[in-house]
Design a protein around this ligand. Structure first.
Ligand code: SF4
Length: 211
C-alpha cells in the first residue's frame, strides 16, 4: 500500500511511502493498544502543551491544575537562586501557555454550564450585543450612491482596503487577461502602483515553539 503526504505550500511537493501488509498490521495493533491504554480510567495523565491543548478534558483535568499551581508556586518560592536558567524558563513558558488554554477551557465550561440552565454563584451570561457588518461591498456602494448623499470618496473614507484581498483579485484579473503572474510578480506590480499610499509595519514578534 502506498501513502502520499501532499504539501501544497510554499511550493507543491509530496512524499511517498510504501507499507507492507505486515507493517500495516503492526502499526494498527500499536495504535489500538495506545487507544485502549488511553481509555482506561487508570491511564496516566501526562501534562504537556502539545497534547493538552487538544484535549476535551482540559477544563476538568486535575493534573493540569496541579502543574499550573506547582509552577506558580515555584516562581513565588524558587528552590534555586538560578531560577531563571534556560531549562526552567522553558517549562515555565510551556505551563504559562497551557494555563492560558486551561483558563479558556474553564470559561467555556462555565458558559456551557450556565446556558444549560445551571447557576454559578456570582456569575451570569451577558450578551455584548450584535456586530453589524457589510456582506456585499459592491451592493452597499451602489445603494449608497443611489441616495445621492455620499460620493465615492466619502464611501471609501468609511472603508478599508485589504492588501491580501486586493492582491488576490489583482492577480486573478491580470492572469485572466493573459498575464502569467506569480504572487511575487503581483506584489511587485501593486507595490509600484501604490508606492505612495502603501505603508508597511513589522508585525509584533510572537513566541513560537521551535522544532
Ligand atoms: S488535559 Fe489532562 S487528560 Fe487531557 S491530555 Fe492533558 S494531562 Fe491528559
Amino acid at each position: 500500500m502506498y501513502c502520499a503526504l501532499v504539501e501544497p505550500f510554499p511550493s507543491p511537493s509530496y512524499s511517498l511511502v510504501e507499507y507492507s501488509t505486515d507493517r500495516l498490521e503492526q502499526l494498527e495493533s500499536l495504535v489500538v493498544s495506545i487507544i485502549e491504554e488511553a481509555n482506561k480510567t487508570t491511564a496516566q495523565k501526562v501534562v504537556g502543551l502539545k497534547q493538552c491543548k487538544f484535549c476535551d478534558g482540559l477544563a476538568h483535568c486535575d493534573e493540569v491544575a496541579h502543574t499550573i499551581q506547582e509552577e506558580a508556586l515555584s516562581v513565588i518560592q524558587p528552590d534555586e537562586e538560578e531560577y531563571c536558567n534556560e531549562v526552567d524558563i522553558n517549562w515555565s513558558l510551556e505551563v504559562a501557555l497551557l494555563a492560558e488554554k486551561w483558563a479558556k477551557a474553564v470559561k467555556e465550561r462555565a458558559r456551557d454550564y450556565i446556558s444549560d440552565g445551571n447557576e454559578v454563584d456570582g456569575w451570569k451570561l451577558r450578551s455584548s450585543g450584535n456586530v453589524k457588518s457589510i456582506s456585499d461591498a459592491n451592493l452597499c456602494a451602489e445603494r449608497i450612491t443611489d441616495t445621492n448623499q455620499l460620493g465615492w470618496a466619502e464611501i471609501l473614507s468609511a472603508s478599508s482596503i485589504s492588501w491580501t484581498k486586493l492582491l488576490k483579485v489583482w492577480m486573478k484579473k491580470r492572469n485572466e487577461s493573459g498575464a502569467t503572474l506569480k504572487r511575487s510578480d503581483a506584489v511587485a506590480e501593486l507595490e509600484l502602483i501604490l508606492k505612495d499610499v502603501l505603508t508597511e509595519k513589522p508585525k509584533a514578534q510572537s513566541l513560537v515553539k521551535s522544532k
